[in-house]
Structures are given as C-alpha cells and as structure tokens.
Design a protein around this ligand. Structure first.
Ligand SMILES: O=C(O)CCC(=O)C(=O)O
Length: 312
C-alpha cells in the first residue's frame, strides 16, 4: 500500500485538500471517456428517434456533443448526470487501488465507496451545475433536514430516532475523503474548483454557507485557492473543506467525476444510492469486484424502494 506521502498527509490534515498530480496516466481514463461517449451516443440516438433533438450531433466530440443535445432537449442532462452511469470503466476508477490505498490511510482498512459518486457534465453557463461555497458533509446534513421535513419525520416521530434516520445522521461525524477527477483539462474559464485551505477546521457554517461569494466572518481571513488541473490529476478533499464551482464560461463541457469514501464499519450514509465495499480485511468475501456486482446491489435497492413504497 502506498497512499499519501507524509507531506501530502500533513497538507490534507492542515489545509483540507491535496492536489494529486498525474495520479493516473491519461490513457487510464480513456476507457471511462469512451464509456461516457457511448452513453451520450445512445442518448442521442434515442432522443433523435423520438424527434426530441434536431440532429444526433455525431460530428461533435466529448467536449461539445452533450451540450448540443441538451440545447435541443434540456431533460437529456438528467439521463447522464450523477450516478446514472454504471459501467466497467467507471467501476475501475471507483475501485482503483491507487485511490483506495489513499483512502485506507485515512479511514482504515475497511473501505466503503459511497453511492453518491457523481459524473458531472458542467455545461457552459448552466446554473444547476454551479455550486456555491459549501462543504460536502454540511451539504448532506442540509439534505437530511430536508428529508426529515419532507417525509414528516419530525423530532417527535419515533422513526426519526430509529434505525433508519440514526444511520444517516450518525454519518456526518466520520471521515469521508472525496476525490474530484477531471476528464478534460480544467481552469478558471471552464469552472475548475476553488477551495478554502484550512476551512475544514471550522464548525460547519450550516445555514449561511449558501450565500454566493461570501464566507462567514470567521473564515474571512482564509484565502481561497483556484485549482486548475490536467487530465490524470485528482483533487483529494476533506469532507469539511469549503469549495466552490463557479460557472463554466467556456464553449465546451467541463466533465468530471467525484467520489466519496467512508469507513466500511460505520453506518453507511447513502441508502437510496447504495455504495459498495471496496476493500476489507474483516469481510473480504463481501468486497465487490466488478460493476455487475455493484449494479446488482443498486438494482436490489431500487426494487425494494419501488415495491415497498418507502421513500428513503
Ligand atoms: O464538480 C463540481 O463542479 C462541483 C463538485 C462539488 O462541489 C462536490 O463534489 O462537492
């Protein structure tokens, strides 16, 4: 196991992020890019067959084709964004030993890959793909509050204190390293991330963090840094480090994948989107080793949700 160097580890602890330059050879990401291109091609064909788009835009490549499709059919965005895609190439990255070695050094030998991995085609000036200053765990906590309100699980509701909610609510207190991996070169123009080094040491500013371009007063003395990246780099972020994703002002799609991990012995955070055990000394037989195995878990949860009517 290699993991982080001592310097990288101290930067992760002190600043809350580490830019891992050339952690992949660009060829190692080519399979994933091809897999995404195939999905875009299938979307183009089915939308064209339904006459929802004017052309299949076959003369456009990875950096512009989805943008052209979405100009005609905005709902095509949802066909690919988030964790919809699950192919062998994406699974290879989610379970890549170079990433898992690093995670193991942070969370311990039981490594769970969270289901909230995201493929993000960030389109030019496309509001839903822009993220104000936030930290990932606080963001998840806001969602929990929302889920509680939405489904009437108020403080008095016995289910709110029960196994289901406590499994989720317990989760924010644990380490959840996040890798943000660009699939095209990223810079200020096309919406690379900015982070607030050291901001992870503060109490999460749950309520006010959504103000655009504004930090809480106690964070004002911290200087944000812009993180341009090449294909092959990965940005490792602490779950509490504030980061922002400003608008993409280029003429192409800014593609990236982000992946979160946690200690596999702790309650899992995302239930609706199940993750998988990526490495284990205690339960090696439960480690998921291919995308079909992972897809079975995802299908089983989706089926349970559908049949039970329980909206978790
Ligand atoms: O990919 C982006 O633009 C934003 C990602 C982000 O904010 C996150 O992963 O928490």
């Amino acid at each position: 196991m290699s993991g982080l160097t001592a310097d990288q580890r101290s930067q992760y602890d002190d600043k809350g992020y580490v830019l891992l330059e050339a952690i992949f050879q660009p060829q190692e990401l080519k399979g994933l890019i091809d897999e995404i291109n195939n999905s875009v091609d299938q979307i183009a064909k089915s939308y064209y067959a339904n006459e929802s788009i004017r052309s299949k835009y076959e003369d456009h490549g990875f950096d512009t084709r989805l943008m052209k499709i979405i100009e005609d059919a905005p709902d095509a965005y949802d066909a690919l964004v988030g964790s919809v895609l699950m192919g062998p190439e994406l699974f290879k990255i989610l379970s890549h030993s170079r990433l898992i070695d690093i995670v193991e050094g942070i969370v311990g030998p039981e490594v769970h890959c969270e289901g909230r991995h995201r493929l993000r085609p960030k389109l030019p000036n496309y509001g839903v793909a822009d993220f104000r200053w936030h930290e990932d765990t606080a963001y998840a906590a806001k969602r929990i509050t929302y889920v509680q309100q939405q489904y009437g699980l108020g403080d008095e509701d016995p289910r709110a204190g029960g196994r289901f909610m406590s499994r989720i609510v317990a989760a924010p207190q644990m380490a959840e390293p996040n890798f943000w991996i660009p699939l095209v070169p990223v810079n200020e123009e096309n919406g690379c991330l900015h982070v607030l080094p050291g901001g992870h040491k503060h109490t999460p500013p749950y309520e006010n963090q959504w103000e655009p371009n504004k930090f809480l007063p106690e964070l004002d003395y911290l200087e944000p840094v812009v993180i341009p990246m090449k294909v092959g780099d990965a940005l490792l972020m602490h779950q509490h480090v504030p980061h922002v994703s400003p608008p993409n002002q280029s003429n192409g799609v800014r593609w990236s994948v982000d992946i979160r991990y946690q200690d596999g012995t702790r309650p899992v955070k995302s239930i609706r989107e199940p993750g998988f055990l990526a490495r284990s000394q205690e339960r090696p037989q439960d480690v998921v080793t291919d995308h079909q195995g992972y897809q079975q878990i995802r299908n089983a949860v989706a089926e349970f949700r559908e049949k039970s009517g329980i909206r978790f």
